[in-house]
Design a protein around this ligand. Structure first.
Ligand code: ASP
Length: 326
């Protein structure tokens, strides 16, 4: 059984409570979330930033270190950093010294010596970001771009922004997340953010084998029946089955999963008529989501992708400012 333990995240704050690193959304103050969402919303307009800001940011260098595959997250961190005027290096892990046995701390220290001040890291090991904050957090900014099944805080932020744009008050919402909850860092970070924002109901729907070993947050409720989970939902998020996080995938009965848990037009009839449909990507069309539904009117999936750039701009900007103020 996978561990559901989440990193202790208080070290991501400065002494006066500002965001210094982003390790996890767990227990992150609502005001910090709201400040990020507010600034991200401004960036959705894609206006050119003043030269004064761009020139200042040119002093900063961000390294993207992805030890697990990524399309959206990595590209959007790069685009976000470029829009702000930062220098960006995309570290080629396949051809790096990590392959020669170098520890991640040595890799990071090497990059730091070359002037990198922000490290955007995706890694399968739980706790690695918190460890790096402890080891070198005084000197660099550490951003979690995906941590095993534990946490994906920037995905959580872009999910919150997308919901906020469509639905206004979080307090009135029933949000339903459907799929492989047990192995999903997306579900965990979304659940943490939605709980802090005070949604009315947070439902997690999955077959027993994809149930987490304990409740994700104080308000989350687990359902094994899709109809019960979808009833009157305002927001429905479908998740991919995370085969890469399972030791043995032979026991998964995909036909059964599709029959009972795929989000289809028919299944959505039980949700609110104006419910939105989300998916973090990559999608496995016609497995967890009916293909035409993913492209249909209720889908906000591509908006989520666009919002990913905006939230990462807000995050890089605020973390850099907080770092400079130290
Ligand atoms: N892209 C998301 C993640 O990195 C979701 C997924 O891979 O299914 O966790």
């Amino acid at each position: 059984m996978l561990s559901d333990s989440i990193n202790e995240s208080s070290k991501q704050l400065t002494k006066d409570g500002k965001l210094r690193h982003l390790v996890s959304l767990e227990n992150l103050d609502k005001n910090i979330l709201m400040r990020l969402l507010f600034e991200a919303q401004e960036y959705t307009q894609f206006k050119k930033l003043p030269d004064r800001i761009i020139n200042h940011n040119q002093e900063h260098t961000i390294a993207n270190l992805f030890f697990e595959p990524s399309t959206r997250t990595r590209a959007s961190f790069e685009i976000a950093a470029n829009r702000l005027g930062f220098n960006v290096i995309n570290f080629d892990i396949e051809n790096s010294s990590g392959k020669k046995g170098e520890t991640i701390l040595d890799t990071v220290m090497t990059l730091k010596s070359m002037g990198v001040d922000t490290l955007v890291i995706r890694h399968k090991e739980a706790g690695i970001h918190a460890q790096l904050v402890q080891d070198i957090g005084d000197e660099c900014i550490i951003i979690n771009a995906g941590e095993g099944h534990i946490s994906h805080p920037t995905q959580g932020l872009l999910d919150l922004l997308t919901i906020q744009q469509e639905k206004e008050a979080f307090e009135d919402l029933t949000v339903t997340i459907v799929g492989d909850i047990a192995h999903s860092r997306v579900a965990r970070s979304a659940a943490q953010g939605l709980t802090t924002m005070g949604v009315k109901e947070l439902r997690l729907v999955s077959p027993k084998e994809f149930m987490p070993s304990k409740k994700l947050t104080s308000i989350s409720k687990h359902f094994t029946n899709l109809d019960e989970g979808l009833k009157n939902a305002d927001v429905v998020m479908a998740l991919r089955i995370q085969h890469e996080r399972m030791e043995d995938t032979n026991n998964i009965n995909l036909d059964n999963y599709i029959k009972n848990y795929r989000i289809t037009h028919k299944a959505m009839r039980i949700a609110k008529p104006d419910a939105i449909i989300m998916h973090p990507g990559p999608m496995n069309r016609n497995i967890e989501i009916e293909s035409s539904l993913a492209d249909g009117e209720q889908s906000v999936i591509l908006r989520q992708v666009a919002n990913g750039v905006a939230v990462r701009m807000a995050l890089l900007n605020q973390l850099t400012k907080n770092h400079e103020a130290q």
